[in-house]
Design a protein around this ligand. Structure first.
Ligand SMILES: [Zn+2]
Length: 273
């Protein structure tokens, strides 16, 4: 992450008081905000892309979608509706958000491999062992009241298990929407003693392939697209759209870096690139 982007993200964090907490700070918050405003004015799309990607700004994402719809006006495409849906997928990919098929894969991994899930599994195993012990004791009960007490204790433990499973499920679902990082290897692509992580094939990330994107179209209810339509029209549009997003955001990052550099004390050697 470049220095300019780091500063950008920090300035938008609710908790951050100053732009830089690491000591030497020559740029004050108001100067930095003025620079952001200047870049926003000159490159609204580029700045919106940074807002959407790094500070998850929903209004910025909506403005980008409007701009992408305008791009389509000049394109000689037959299925502009599908192309528009693909533009939104391109924006998700640009923002490092997983597509639907990957969300399922990621959620399953979070449910299985995360520290929270492992802790929960240990707890559940303990409760299950306890339930077995209590069930054995039921046969030895001499009074009805004693049996009732044991049954109620078993019910309580079963309720705990259900509650904890649901908690981990919700946690896994929410994590799978947040990041593309592989939970099994924590993004390293490696598993200790065994080598390459089999879940992400050593990539560390679940980056959607063009095939994933095609499947995704089916998933969001747009049906199958023919090979011809996909190869001639939709795939080239998706790639063009995604590369445009990268170019525009990197232009804005460069301008942000240059402006911040010019505003900073040139002698102290602060570098924003
Ligand atoms: Zn992995």
């Amino acid at each position: 992450m470049s220095r300019a982007i780091e500063l950008f993200a920090r300035m938008h964090e609710v908790r951050s008081v100053t732009a830089d907490e690491r000591g030497r700070q020559t740029l004050t918050g108001d100067v930095i905000l003025a620079v952001f405003g200047k870049v926003q004015h000159k490159m609204p799309l580029g700045m919106d892309l940074l807002m959407a990607k790094y500070v998850h700004d929903a209004p910025a994402a909506n403005r980008i979608i409007d701009v992408m719809a305008i791009w389509l006006n000049d394109e000689p495409l037959k299925r502009k509706d599908l192309a528009m849906a693909l533009s939104c997928v391109a924006l998700d990919v640009f923002c490092d958000k997983p597509v639907a098929s990957q969300k399922r894969q990621l959620a399953a991994l979070w449910r299985k491999c995360s520290d929270q899930a492992k802790r929960s599994n240990r707890l559940i195993k303990g409760w299950q062992a306890k339930i077995k012990r209590l069930q054995r004791n039921i046969d030895a009960c001499e009074t009805h009241a004693a049996e009732e007490r044991l049954l109620s204790a078993i019910n309580d433990l079963e309720a705990l298990i259900i509650k904890d499973r649901r908690r981990i499920d919700e946690y896994a679902q929410s994590q799978s929407l947040k990041s593309l990082t592989c939970p099994r290897c924590s993004g390293t692509g490696l598993i200790l003693n065994t080598g390459e992580c089999p879940s992400c094939n050593g990539h560390g990330l679940f980056i959607p392939s063009v095939d994933n994107i095609r499947q995704h179209l089916r998933h969001i209810g747009l049906g199958r697209v023919s090979d011809k339509l996909w190869e001639n029209e939709l795939k080239p549009w998706f790639e063009k759209c995604l590369s445009k997003l990268y170019v525009k955001s990197s232009d804005a990052t460069k301008m942000l870096s240059n402006f911040l550099y010019n505003e900073s004390d040139l002698d102290n050697g602060l570098c924003f690139i």
